[in-house]
Design a binder for this molecule. Structure first.
Ligand SMILES: *Cc1c(COP(=O)(O)O)cnc(C)c1O
Length: 412
Protein backbone atom coordinates (compact mmCIF):
# COMPACT_ATOMS: atom_id res chain seq x y z
CA UNK A 1 0.00 0.00 0.00
CA UNK A 2 1.08 3.57 -0.68
CA UNK A 3 2.56 5.20 2.43
CA UNK A 4 0.89 8.53 1.86
CA UNK A 5 -1.72 9.96 4.19
CA UNK A 6 -4.76 11.08 2.24
CA UNK A 7 -6.74 12.02 5.29
CA UNK A 8 -5.70 15.62 5.57
CA UNK A 9 -8.45 16.86 7.86
CA UNK A 10 -7.49 14.49 10.72
CA UNK A 11 -10.88 12.80 10.65
CA UNK A 12 -10.51 9.15 11.58
CA UNK A 13 -7.61 9.66 13.96
CA UNK A 14 -7.20 8.37 17.49
CA UNK A 15 -4.45 10.66 18.75
CA UNK A 16 -1.73 10.29 16.12
CA UNK A 17 -2.99 6.85 15.01
CA UNK A 18 -5.39 5.78 12.28
CA UNK A 19 -5.94 7.77 9.10
CA UNK A 20 -5.91 6.47 5.55
CA UNK A 21 -2.61 5.33 4.13
CA UNK A 22 -4.00 3.85 0.93
CA UNK A 23 -3.80 4.04 -2.85
CA UNK A 24 -5.58 7.05 -4.39
CA UNK A 25 -8.22 4.74 -5.97
CA UNK A 26 -9.54 3.80 -2.53
CA UNK A 27 -10.23 7.35 -1.35
CA UNK A 28 -13.59 7.69 -3.12
CA UNK A 29 -14.94 4.31 -1.86
CA UNK A 30 -13.70 5.09 1.68
CA UNK A 31 -15.48 8.46 1.49
CA UNK A 32 -18.61 6.71 0.27
CA UNK A 33 -18.38 4.26 3.19
CA UNK A 34 -17.77 7.09 5.68
CA UNK A 35 -20.89 8.86 4.43
CA UNK A 36 -22.86 5.62 4.79
CA UNK A 37 -21.59 5.19 8.36
CA UNK A 38 -22.74 8.70 9.24
CA UNK A 39 -26.08 8.62 7.43
CA UNK A 40 -27.21 4.99 7.19
CA UNK A 41 -25.74 3.28 10.26
CA UNK A 42 -26.86 6.14 12.46
CA UNK A 43 -30.46 5.98 11.17
CA UNK A 44 -33.11 4.35 13.33
CA UNK A 45 -34.29 2.36 10.32
CA UNK A 46 -30.88 0.66 9.98
CA UNK A 47 -30.45 0.24 13.74
CA UNK A 48 -33.85 -1.46 14.02
CA UNK A 49 -33.08 -3.87 11.19
CA UNK A 50 -29.59 -4.76 12.52
CA UNK A 51 -30.81 -5.14 16.11
CA UNK A 52 -33.71 -7.36 15.03
CA UNK A 53 -31.22 -9.72 13.36
CA UNK A 54 -29.02 -9.62 16.47
CA UNK A 55 -31.97 -10.70 18.59
CA UNK A 56 -33.67 -13.22 16.31
CA UNK A 57 -30.72 -14.63 14.38
CA UNK A 58 -27.50 -14.13 16.36
CA UNK A 59 -29.09 -14.81 19.75
CA UNK A 60 -28.41 -11.54 21.53
CA UNK A 61 -28.24 -10.41 24.23
CA UNK A 62 -25.58 -12.98 25.14
CA UNK A 63 -25.54 -13.91 28.85
CA UNK A 64 -23.16 -12.59 31.48
CA UNK A 65 -22.24 -15.73 33.44
CA UNK A 66 -20.71 -15.66 36.90
CA UNK A 67 -17.75 -18.09 36.99
CA UNK A 68 -17.57 -19.05 40.66
CA UNK A 69 -15.56 -22.25 40.23
CA UNK A 70 -12.95 -20.62 38.00
CA UNK A 71 -12.62 -17.69 40.43
CA UNK A 72 -12.06 -20.20 43.24
CA UNK A 73 -9.47 -22.12 41.17
CA UNK A 74 -7.56 -18.88 40.59
CA UNK A 75 -7.83 -17.80 44.25
CA UNK A 76 -7.76 -21.10 46.17
CA UNK A 77 -6.89 -19.60 49.57
CA UNK A 78 -9.46 -16.81 49.23
CA UNK A 79 -6.78 -14.24 50.15
CA UNK A 80 -7.82 -11.73 47.51
CA UNK A 81 -11.52 -12.31 46.97
CA UNK A 82 -12.92 -11.47 43.57
CA UNK A 83 -16.10 -12.08 41.61
CA UNK A 84 -15.64 -13.09 38.00
CA UNK A 85 -18.15 -12.63 35.18
CA UNK A 86 -17.86 -13.97 31.63
CA UNK A 87 -19.44 -12.13 28.70
CA UNK A 88 -20.56 -15.04 26.57
CA UNK A 89 -19.83 -14.15 22.93
CA UNK A 90 -19.20 -17.89 22.41
CA UNK A 91 -22.98 -18.25 22.44
CA UNK A 92 -23.45 -16.02 19.39
CA UNK A 93 -24.49 -17.85 16.21
CA UNK A 94 -21.24 -19.01 14.52
CA UNK A 95 -19.44 -19.15 17.88
CA UNK A 96 -17.74 -15.79 18.28
CA UNK A 97 -18.28 -12.02 18.40
CA UNK A 98 -17.35 -11.62 14.71
CA UNK A 99 -20.98 -11.99 13.55
CA UNK A 100 -22.02 -8.69 15.24
CA UNK A 101 -19.79 -6.76 12.85
CA UNK A 102 -20.16 -8.99 9.77
CA UNK A 103 -23.94 -8.76 9.89
CA UNK A 104 -23.80 -4.99 10.33
CA UNK A 105 -21.41 -4.52 7.41
CA UNK A 106 -23.31 -6.84 5.04
CA UNK A 107 -26.60 -5.07 5.81
CA UNK A 108 -24.85 -1.76 5.15
CA UNK A 109 -23.30 -3.03 1.89
CA UNK A 110 -26.75 -4.08 0.70
CA UNK A 111 -28.14 -0.63 1.41
CA UNK A 112 -25.17 0.87 -0.46
CA UNK A 113 -26.15 -1.20 -3.52
CA UNK A 114 -23.07 -3.45 -3.47
CA UNK A 115 -23.49 -6.82 -5.18
CA UNK A 116 -20.34 -8.66 -4.08
CA UNK A 117 -18.51 -9.12 -0.76
CA UNK A 118 -14.83 -9.83 -0.14
CA UNK A 119 -13.32 -10.51 3.27
CA UNK A 120 -10.07 -11.66 4.83
CA UNK A 121 -9.90 -14.16 7.65
CA UNK A 122 -7.35 -15.55 10.12
CA UNK A 123 -8.92 -18.11 12.42
CA UNK A 124 -11.73 -18.42 9.91
CA UNK A 125 -14.23 -16.96 12.38
CA UNK A 126 -14.66 -13.71 10.46
CA UNK A 127 -14.82 -15.66 7.19
CA UNK A 128 -17.55 -17.89 8.61
CA UNK A 129 -19.43 -14.89 10.03
CA UNK A 130 -19.25 -13.04 6.70
CA UNK A 131 -20.21 -16.14 4.70
CA UNK A 132 -23.14 -16.66 7.07
CA UNK A 133 -24.44 -13.10 6.71
CA UNK A 134 -23.95 -13.29 2.91
CA UNK A 135 -25.88 -16.56 2.69
CA UNK A 136 -28.75 -15.17 4.70
CA UNK A 137 -28.83 -11.87 2.80
CA UNK A 138 -28.13 -13.46 -0.60
CA UNK A 139 -24.82 -11.90 -1.66
CA UNK A 140 -21.86 -13.70 -3.29
CA UNK A 141 -18.86 -13.91 -0.95
CA UNK A 142 -15.13 -14.52 -1.49
CA UNK A 143 -12.83 -14.99 1.47
CA UNK A 144 -9.05 -14.60 1.37
CA UNK A 145 -7.27 -16.81 3.88
CA UNK A 146 -3.56 -17.49 4.46
CA UNK A 147 -2.61 -20.98 3.27
CA UNK A 148 -1.22 -21.85 6.72
CA UNK A 149 -4.53 -20.86 8.32
CA UNK A 150 -6.44 -22.89 5.70
CA UNK A 151 -4.50 -25.88 7.05
CA UNK A 152 -4.84 -25.24 10.76
CA UNK A 153 -8.48 -24.12 10.65
CA UNK A 154 -9.86 -26.82 8.35
CA UNK A 155 -13.33 -27.03 9.98
CA UNK A 156 -13.95 -23.33 9.35
CA UNK A 157 -12.85 -23.67 5.70
CA UNK A 158 -15.43 -26.44 5.33
CA UNK A 159 -18.09 -24.26 6.98
CA UNK A 160 -17.45 -21.33 4.65
CA UNK A 161 -17.66 -23.55 1.57
CA UNK A 162 -20.86 -25.15 2.82
CA UNK A 163 -22.29 -21.64 3.25
CA UNK A 164 -21.53 -20.96 -0.40
CA UNK A 165 -18.43 -18.77 -0.01
CA UNK A 166 -15.33 -19.22 -2.18
CA UNK A 167 -12.21 -19.55 0.01
CA UNK A 168 -9.06 -18.31 -1.71
CA UNK A 169 -5.82 -19.57 -0.06
CA UNK A 170 -3.04 -16.94 -0.03
CA UNK A 171 0.45 -18.38 -0.39
CA UNK A 172 2.40 -15.09 -0.03
CA UNK A 173 4.53 -14.12 3.00
CA UNK A 174 3.84 -15.92 6.25
CA UNK A 175 0.63 -17.34 4.68
CA UNK A 176 -1.45 -15.90 7.53
CA UNK A 177 -3.88 -13.07 8.25
CA UNK A 178 -1.64 -10.16 7.17
CA UNK A 179 -1.16 -11.71 3.73
CA UNK A 180 -4.87 -12.46 3.39
CA UNK A 181 -5.63 -8.82 4.21
CA UNK A 182 -3.16 -7.61 1.54
CA UNK A 183 -4.93 -9.74 -1.08
CA UNK A 184 -8.41 -8.64 0.00
CA UNK A 185 -7.35 -4.97 -0.26
CA UNK A 186 -5.91 -5.69 -3.73
CA UNK A 187 -9.19 -7.29 -4.80
CA UNK A 188 -11.14 -4.31 -3.47
CA UNK A 189 -8.96 -1.79 -5.36
CA UNK A 190 -9.78 -3.67 -8.59
CA UNK A 191 -13.52 -4.13 -7.98
CA UNK A 192 -14.57 -1.13 -5.86
CA UNK A 193 -17.63 -0.20 -7.88
CA UNK A 194 -19.52 -3.43 -7.12
CA UNK A 195 -17.73 -4.77 -4.06
CA UNK A 196 -17.77 -4.12 -0.33
CA UNK A 197 -14.69 -5.14 1.62
CA UNK A 198 -15.91 -6.51 4.95
CA UNK A 199 -13.00 -6.04 7.39
CA UNK A 200 -13.11 -8.32 10.42
CA UNK A 201 -11.35 -6.27 13.07
CA UNK A 202 -11.06 -2.70 14.32
CA UNK A 203 -8.15 -2.07 11.95
CA UNK A 204 -7.65 -0.82 8.39
CA UNK A 205 -8.14 2.68 6.92
CA UNK A 206 -10.76 5.14 8.21
CA UNK A 207 -13.73 4.56 8.63
CA UNK A 208 -13.22 0.83 9.32
CA UNK A 209 -11.85 1.09 12.90
CA UNK A 210 -14.78 3.36 13.82
CA UNK A 211 -17.37 1.25 11.99
CA UNK A 212 -16.23 -2.06 13.50
CA UNK A 213 -16.03 -0.56 17.02
CA UNK A 214 -19.54 0.81 16.57
CA UNK A 215 -20.93 -2.64 15.74
CA UNK A 216 -18.92 -4.43 18.44
CA UNK A 217 -19.83 -1.98 21.21
CA UNK A 218 -23.06 -3.95 21.50
CA UNK A 219 -20.89 -6.29 23.65
CA UNK A 220 -19.96 -3.51 26.07
CA UNK A 221 -23.41 -1.92 26.12
CA UNK A 222 -25.01 -5.21 27.16
CA UNK A 223 -22.24 -5.88 29.69
CA UNK A 224 -22.76 -2.43 31.21
CA UNK A 225 -26.43 -3.08 31.98
CA UNK A 226 -25.95 -6.78 32.88
CA UNK A 227 -23.18 -6.12 35.42
CA UNK A 228 -25.29 -3.36 36.90
CA UNK A 229 -28.20 -5.77 37.27
CA UNK A 230 -25.91 -8.36 38.91
CA UNK A 231 -23.86 -6.14 41.22
CA UNK A 232 -25.60 -2.77 41.25
CA UNK A 233 -22.42 -1.10 40.11
CA UNK A 234 -19.65 -0.95 37.57
CA UNK A 235 -17.03 -3.68 37.30
CA UNK A 236 -13.59 -2.90 38.78
CA UNK A 237 -11.77 -4.46 35.86
CA UNK A 238 -12.47 -5.61 32.31
CA UNK A 239 -10.19 -7.99 30.40
CA UNK A 240 -10.18 -8.95 26.70
CA UNK A 241 -7.77 -10.53 24.24
CA UNK A 242 -6.39 -8.32 21.48
CA UNK A 243 -5.74 -9.44 17.92
CA UNK A 244 -6.79 -6.55 15.72
CA UNK A 245 -8.72 -5.44 18.76
CA UNK A 246 -12.44 -5.65 17.92
CA UNK A 247 -13.82 -7.70 20.82
CA UNK A 248 -11.66 -5.67 23.20
CA UNK A 249 -12.73 -2.26 21.90
CA UNK A 250 -16.33 -3.51 21.80
CA UNK A 251 -16.39 -4.45 25.48
CA UNK A 252 -14.20 -1.46 26.57
CA UNK A 253 -16.13 1.32 24.80
CA UNK A 254 -18.79 2.15 27.42
CA UNK A 255 -16.22 1.86 30.24
CA UNK A 256 -13.45 4.05 28.78
CA UNK A 257 -15.07 7.17 30.24
CA UNK A 258 -15.43 5.51 33.67
CA UNK A 259 -12.15 6.15 35.53
CA UNK A 260 -13.05 3.58 38.22
CA UNK A 261 -12.91 0.73 35.69
CA UNK A 262 -9.42 -0.64 35.00
CA UNK A 263 -9.07 -2.02 31.47
CA UNK A 264 -6.71 -4.79 30.36
CA UNK A 265 -5.91 -6.06 26.85
CA UNK A 266 -3.97 -9.30 26.40
CA UNK A 267 -1.86 -9.91 23.30
CA UNK A 268 -0.29 -13.14 22.08
CA UNK A 269 3.28 -13.68 23.26
CA UNK A 270 3.64 -16.86 21.15
CA UNK A 271 6.80 -18.70 22.21
CA UNK A 272 7.63 -15.75 24.52
CA UNK A 273 8.30 -12.02 24.04
CA UNK A 274 12.03 -12.68 24.49
CA UNK A 275 11.92 -14.80 21.28
CA UNK A 276 11.25 -13.61 17.71
CA UNK A 277 8.07 -15.73 17.62
CA UNK A 278 5.25 -13.65 19.06
CA UNK A 279 2.40 -11.29 18.11
CA UNK A 280 2.80 -8.77 20.96
CA UNK A 281 2.36 -5.66 18.82
CA UNK A 282 1.54 -3.18 21.59
CA UNK A 283 4.10 -4.64 23.99
CA UNK A 284 7.06 -4.66 21.57
CA UNK A 285 5.99 -2.94 18.34
CA UNK A 286 7.01 0.39 16.79
CA UNK A 287 4.81 3.03 15.21
CA UNK A 288 4.34 2.23 11.53
CA UNK A 289 1.80 1.81 8.75
CA UNK A 290 0.02 -1.45 7.98
CA UNK A 291 -3.14 -2.14 5.97
CA UNK A 292 -4.00 1.49 5.50
CA UNK A 293 -3.59 2.97 8.96
CA UNK A 294 -0.93 4.18 11.36
CA UNK A 295 -0.61 2.13 14.53
CA UNK A 296 1.83 0.02 16.47
CA UNK A 297 3.17 -2.72 14.20
CA UNK A 298 5.82 -5.41 14.42
CA UNK A 299 8.51 -4.14 12.07
CA UNK A 300 12.27 -3.70 11.79
CA UNK A 301 14.15 -0.33 11.95
CA UNK A 302 13.42 0.21 8.26
CA UNK A 303 9.67 -0.27 8.70
CA UNK A 304 9.59 -3.73 7.09
CA UNK A 305 6.69 -5.69 8.59
CA UNK A 306 7.83 -8.73 10.56
CA UNK A 307 6.03 -12.04 10.78
CA UNK A 308 3.97 -12.66 13.86
CA UNK A 309 3.49 -15.96 15.63
CA UNK A 310 0.69 -17.24 17.80
CA UNK A 311 -0.89 -20.64 18.38
CA UNK A 312 -4.21 -18.86 17.78
CA UNK A 313 -4.77 -17.87 14.17
CA UNK A 314 -7.00 -14.97 15.23
CA UNK A 315 -4.19 -13.26 17.17
CA UNK A 316 -1.44 -14.06 14.66
CA UNK A 317 -1.23 -10.54 13.25
CA UNK A 318 1.67 -8.04 13.31
CA UNK A 319 -0.66 -5.02 13.61
CA UNK A 320 -3.36 -3.74 15.94
CA UNK A 321 -6.20 -1.24 15.64
CA UNK A 322 -5.32 2.48 15.92
CA UNK A 323 -7.65 3.10 18.87
CA UNK A 324 -5.74 0.56 20.98
CA UNK A 325 -2.46 2.25 20.01
CA UNK A 326 -3.88 5.51 21.30
CA UNK A 327 -5.33 3.95 24.48
CA UNK A 328 -1.91 2.47 25.22
CA UNK A 329 -0.10 5.81 24.82
CA UNK A 330 -2.81 7.54 26.86
CA UNK A 331 -2.28 4.96 29.63
CA UNK A 332 -6.03 4.23 29.72
CA UNK A 333 -5.64 0.51 28.96
CA UNK A 334 -2.90 -1.77 30.30
CA UNK A 335 -1.71 -4.23 27.68
CA UNK A 336 -0.22 -7.54 28.79
CA UNK A 337 0.74 -10.65 26.89
CA UNK A 338 0.32 -14.41 27.28
CA UNK A 339 2.23 -17.26 25.62
CA UNK A 340 0.93 -20.20 23.60
CA UNK A 341 1.46 -22.43 26.64
CA UNK A 342 -0.34 -19.99 28.97
CA UNK A 343 -3.33 -20.09 26.61
CA UNK A 344 -3.35 -23.90 26.47
CA UNK A 345 -3.31 -24.09 30.27
CA UNK A 346 -6.19 -21.61 30.46
CA UNK A 347 -8.29 -23.68 28.04
CA UNK A 348 -8.03 -26.84 30.13
CA UNK A 349 -8.51 -24.91 33.38
CA UNK A 350 -11.73 -23.24 32.18
CA UNK A 351 -13.04 -26.45 30.60
CA UNK A 352 -12.69 -28.29 33.93
CA UNK A 353 -13.90 -25.46 36.16
CA UNK A 354 -16.79 -24.07 34.11
CA UNK A 355 -17.61 -26.62 31.39
CA UNK A 356 -16.71 -24.10 28.69
CA UNK A 357 -14.12 -24.81 25.98
CA UNK A 358 -12.53 -21.49 25.08
CA UNK A 359 -11.24 -20.44 21.67
CA UNK A 360 -7.43 -20.24 21.82
CA UNK A 361 -7.66 -16.47 21.19
CA UNK A 362 -9.96 -16.02 24.19
CA UNK A 363 -7.73 -18.21 26.35
CA UNK A 364 -5.00 -15.54 26.22
CA UNK A 365 -7.28 -13.18 28.16
CA UNK A 366 -8.26 -15.93 30.59
CA UNK A 367 -4.64 -16.77 31.37
CA UNK A 368 -4.12 -13.29 32.83
CA UNK A 369 -7.29 -13.05 34.95
CA UNK A 370 -5.43 -13.76 38.18
CA UNK A 371 -2.70 -11.18 37.47
CA UNK A 372 -5.27 -8.53 36.55
CA UNK A 373 -7.59 -9.28 39.49
CA UNK A 374 -4.68 -9.10 41.95
CA UNK A 375 -3.57 -5.77 40.52
CA UNK A 376 -7.04 -4.29 40.76
CA UNK A 377 -7.62 -5.72 44.26
CA UNK A 378 -4.35 -4.14 45.44
CA UNK A 379 -5.38 -0.83 43.92
CA UNK A 380 -8.87 -0.82 45.45
CA UNK A 381 -7.89 -2.55 48.74
CA UNK A 382 -11.15 -4.55 48.76
CA UNK A 383 -12.74 -7.53 46.96
CA UNK A 384 -13.23 -6.69 43.28
CA UNK A 385 -15.51 -7.57 40.37
CA UNK A 386 -13.85 -8.57 37.11
CA UNK A 387 -15.41 -9.10 33.69
CA UNK A 388 -13.66 -11.03 30.95
CA UNK A 389 -14.81 -11.12 27.34
CA UNK A 390 -15.31 -14.73 26.32
CA UNK A 391 -14.89 -13.84 22.65
CA UNK A 392 -15.43 -17.32 21.19
CA UNK A 393 -15.68 -21.06 21.64
CA UNK A 394 -12.93 -23.59 20.99
CA UNK A 395 -14.59 -26.09 18.65
CA UNK A 396 -12.49 -24.82 15.74
CA UNK A 397 -9.30 -25.41 17.77
CA UNK A 398 -10.08 -28.97 18.84
CA UNK A 399 -7.34 -30.69 16.82
CA UNK A 400 -4.66 -28.21 18.01
CA UNK A 401 -5.91 -28.51 21.59
CA UNK A 402 -5.82 -32.31 21.62
CA UNK A 403 -2.46 -32.47 19.85
CA UNK A 404 -0.85 -30.04 22.31
CA UNK A 405 -2.63 -31.03 25.53
CA UNK A 406 -2.47 -34.85 25.23
CA UNK A 407 1.36 -35.04 25.71
CA UNK A 408 1.16 -32.84 28.84
CA UNK A 409 -0.86 -35.47 30.67
CA UNK A 410 -3.73 -33.15 31.64
CA UNK A 411 -6.30 -35.22 29.72
CA UNK A 412 -7.84 -38.26 31.46
C1 LIG B 1 -10.93 -13.18 15.63
C2 LIG B 1 -11.00 -13.51 17.05
C3 LIG B 1 -10.31 -12.76 18.02
C4 LIG B 1 -9.37 -11.64 17.69
O1 LIG B 1 -9.92 -10.58 16.99
P1 LIG B 1 -10.22 -9.18 17.67
O2 LIG B 1 -10.56 -8.31 16.52
O3 LIG B 1 -8.98 -8.74 18.38
O4 LIG B 1 -11.34 -9.37 18.60
C5 LIG B 1 -10.49 -13.07 19.35
N1 LIG B 1 -11.27 -14.10 19.72
C6 LIG B 1 -11.93 -14.87 18.82
C7 LIG B 1 -12.76 -15.99 19.30
C8 LIG B 1 -11.82 -14.60 17.45
O5 LIG B 1 -12.48 -15.35 16.57
Amino acid sequence: MVAQDHNRNRQGYFGKYGGRYVAETLIAPLDELTKAVEQVVASSDFQNEWRAYLTNYVGRPTPLTEAKRLAKTLDPTGQFLFRLFLKREDLCHTGAHKINNALGQILLAKRMGKTRIVAETGAGQHGVATATACAMLDLPCEVYMGALDVERQAPNVGRMRLLGARVIPVVAGSRTLKDAMNEALRDWVTNVATTHYCIGSAAGPHPYPTLVALFQSVIGDETHSQIHAATEGLPDGVIACVGGGSNAIGIFRPFISEPSVTLFGVEAAGHGIQTPHHAATLTLGRVGVLHGSKSYVLCDERGQIQEAHSISAGLDYPGVGPEHSHLKDAGRVTYLSATDNDALTAVSQCARAEGIILALETAHAFSRIETCARKVAQLRKRPVTMVVCLSGRGDKDLSTLLERLAPTGVLP
